[in-house]
Design a protein around this ligand. Structure first.
Ligand SMILES: [Zn+2]
Length: 312
């Protein structure tokens, strides 16, 4: 079962705030120890070369990071360095050009400004009610059709508010109106994303540092669409070509990738071929055996859960 481990957020109780599922340096050490006892963690370069030569052993695994996050660079990179380990870093390039990825900003806003997720939901629903007229929706009426049991039936771990929020965001509002509510909320609470750019995403210098130590930088699209499959082949090609060209302008030649939100299709795989991508990673273990463009990955949250079960 050769695969990658997929990490997202890390916290240090200071510059990088704790959020759902985030790990601190010590917890990362524990995950890597746990893994090293069960699998063979190998460097990114070795993993890359073995995939290409079809020589990867079943118990070999590698470390991967998505989303260009500064917390990964500040917290996880030193841990890897002390262990002499290198990783794949899948980079969405918009934030490197001073752009903002709304998904990441909303995530940061939620955990920075609210003690718990229910307070966030309450404030969100309140704000939405106040904006009904300008958004041209009847909130009371729209929410009448929400039924906890039938909406996202399989997601049994969601609370009532988790589901209600997702229903309102995805079904009632849609992306544009959702963004307007979030922007109004951030404005009202004095949260300005520009202030946090350097805390959220790493820089071109950070990328150069990683490359100088044999880490591998790969593609993760330019703007990080949450629904890549809603884009046409040529739109997907634009996303990844821009991604690749920007990295090339920094002297990084990328021929590996991972897919934003794991939402990809046959067009995405054709785009990978077109851009000469050698290895692509999915975000789950179900793609095992589907070849080099769908290398499986285990989510770190699942590994942490396994570790807890063993302890108890
Ligand atoms: Zn991502």
């Amino acid at each position: 079962m050769m695969h990658g481990i997929m990490f997202h957020h890390f916290h240090d109780g200071d510059r990088h705030i704790k959020c759902q599922g985030s790990l601190d340096a010590q917890e990362l050490e524990e995950v890597l120890d746990y893994y090293q006892n069960r699998y063979k963690l190998i460097s990114a370069r070795e993993f890359y070369e073995k995939v290409l030569r079809n020589k990867l052993d079943a118990d070999e695994a590698c470390v991967t990071f998505d989303d260009t996050l500064k917390c990964q660079y500040d917290i996880a990179y030193p841990v890897l360095r002390s262990r002499g380990l290198t990783a794949f870093w899948f980079v969405n390039t918009l934030p490197l050009n001073g752009g903002i990825s709304a998904l990441e900003v909303y995530h940061h806003f939620r955990f920075k400004m609210f003690d718990n997720v229910d307070t966030f939901y309450e404030t969100f629903f309140q704000c939405l009610q106040e904006m009904q007229a300008e958004l041209q929706i009847d909130y009371g009426k729209a929410i009448e059709n929400f039924d906890y049991d039938s909406y996202k039936k399989n997601a049994t771990f969601y609370t009532y508010n988790d589901k209600k929020f997702r229903y309102v965001r995805d079904i009632v509002l849609g992306e544009e109106s959702y963004d307007r509510v979030m922007d109004a909320m951030m404005e009202k609470m004095g949260y300005h994303a520009q202030q946090f750019i350097n805390d959220l995403w790493f820089s071109v210098d950070d990328i150069r540092q990683l490359c100088s130590e044999e880490h591998i930088i790969g593609l993760h699209s330019h703007t990080h669409p949450t629904r890549l499959t809603a884009l046409s082949y040529s739109e997907q090609l634009d996303e990844f070509r821009q991604n690749k060209d920007i990295l090339a302008s920094y002297g990084v030649s990328a021929d590996t990738a991972s897919y934003p939100c794991n939402d990809y299709n046959s067009d995405t795989l054709s785009v990978m071929d077109k851009l000469n991508i050698q290895i692509g990673f999915s975000a789950n273990m179900q793609t095992m055996g589907r070849g080099a463009l769908e290398m499986p990955r285990e989510n770190h949250a699942y590994i942490v859960k396994q570790m807890k079960q063993l302890k108890s």
